[in-house]
Design a protein around this ligand. Sequence first.
Ligand SMILES: Cc1cc2nc3c(=O)[nH]c(=O)nc-3n(C[C@H](O)[C@H](O)[C@H](O)COP(=O)(O)OP(=O)(O)OC[C@H]3O[C@@H](n4cnc5c(N)ncnc54)[C@H](O)[C@@H]3O)c2cc1C
Length: 483
Amino acid sequence: MTYAFKTNTNLFYSLKTKTMSHNNISFWVKSLPEHTAFNANAQTFDAQVHQHFDVVIIGAGFTGLWLAYYLNQAQPHWNIAIFEAQQVAYGASGRNGGWLSPHMPGIVSKMLKAGISQENIVFFQQQVTATIAEVRQVCQKENIDCDLHEGGLLTIAMNPAQATRLHKLKQHDHQFGYPQDEIEYLNQTQAQTHLNSNNVKAALLFKHGARIQPAKLAFGLRDCLRTRGVKIFENSPVTAFGKQHVQVQGQKVSANYVVSCTEGYSDALLKNRKIIPVNSSIITTEVLPEAFWQRFGWTQKYLLNDQSHQFFYAQRTRDDRIVFGGRGAPYQFNSVDAGHGHLDNATIAQLQHKLAAVFPEYPIAIAHAWKGSLGVTRDWCASVSLSPNTQVGHVYGFAGHGVAGTNLAARHMATKVLQQQSELERLPWNNFQNPTWETEPFRWIGIHSMYRMLGWADQIEYRKQQPQTTALASIAYKICGLN
Ligand SMILES: Cc1cc2nc3c(=O)[nH]c(=O)nc-3n(C[C@H](O)[C@H](O)[C@H](O)COP(=O)(O)OP(=O)(O)OC[C@H]3O[C@@H](n4cnc5c(N)ncnc54)[C@H](O)[C@@H]3O)c2cc1C
């Protein structure tokens, strides 16, 4: 199906898209039975019947699902619909590393530059940390088993420069909202009691942080919403939207509120260069034996990452695999998204190489690999807004921190739609105005140069074994607005 609409005002967006079923976008989706991933209760959009809703949500990732959940909790009789271009969890929500991360989305220096007070950034951090418990409580209440395990987070240093950055990170995090007793610095001996690898030189242990199986969470929310009467129309791309309407399958559907939750896919619809898809890639190992976990001491099931510039992130799954992600294949020219997630061999090899550096001298077989699109703004800060005039809302820009962030943002957006006074209005992303990305080819050149330089910076730091961060990394961060 191809649609083409004219963009007349900034409230009216257009899109060309295709629909297609897919069950292979990630290990998370693939490992579930077909009927769980794509259940038989799927609703079909019928323009004759479905003409008006109280709220229409565009996109059935975590943001859209959580928003529908909290709105339905507050107003069970509201008629709420989610329109999803493909399937529930087709986007980043079905492909991520499953970190309910304790880290807030966004760059603190950018928030400060935008005039956000330190007090509100501290409030943000506290809210993100509290979100881990919120997700756990909803899962318990709604009987959603998503393998949630609160084991904290271990951030390792694999050379002296990374160890120096751990000290800085600890200082920074204390300044912006982490209580002293929630982050512990571990020297090499202490760190190796948590991860017994010669390549571990130091670590930070964060008390908070939880692992989930993200597709189980998304499908659990979907099933919960459907039993409560929320309509979720899959294979139903919104091709345009504006004040009190969306356009679906050539039909106009009216709604009191319209909220766009399309994250890394947003630019195809908004066409305003505010947010672009930047890929992250993941490999999953085969099930590893008990001897492996004992050998490396990864028994606490904490989340795991490192302080390299081209960092990795990992979790130990409920069935004893490692899910190991990183930044390979970062950006496709003209903001093309990650499609169905096919990952090239070079990126798989790159991730395997890094995995072997963390867990040396142990043969580890890979079972699955994929990629997905993060939604990244030019200043890497998220934004949550609802226009009081048009009642059109936008939520986007979580980059790599959306698993917890989307829950908090959805609760915030729900208070806006419900016109409730809320302290969540203090959150830095409230009506945050992001700059636009450069036009091509400068965007492609900038992002690829940044990743290339960060790779070189890591190599230099491994080679030199000195405590200073190389200047090359600082230049790269500056180019891409991460400084
Ligand atoms: C590989 C990878 C690893 C990650 N790891 C982590 C992690 O471990 N921890 C963490 O906190 N964050 C992580 N993230 C980020 C996190 O997954 C996202 O921030 C979060 O899932 C975003 O959710 P969302 O609902 O906003 O967007 P998405 O899940 O991307 O959902 C957007 C949905 O909108 C749909 N859509 C697009 N256009 C239209 C349209 N026109 N009409 C209707 N529907 C449309 C899409 O099909 C999609 O389903 C990772 C992301 C990736 C890609």
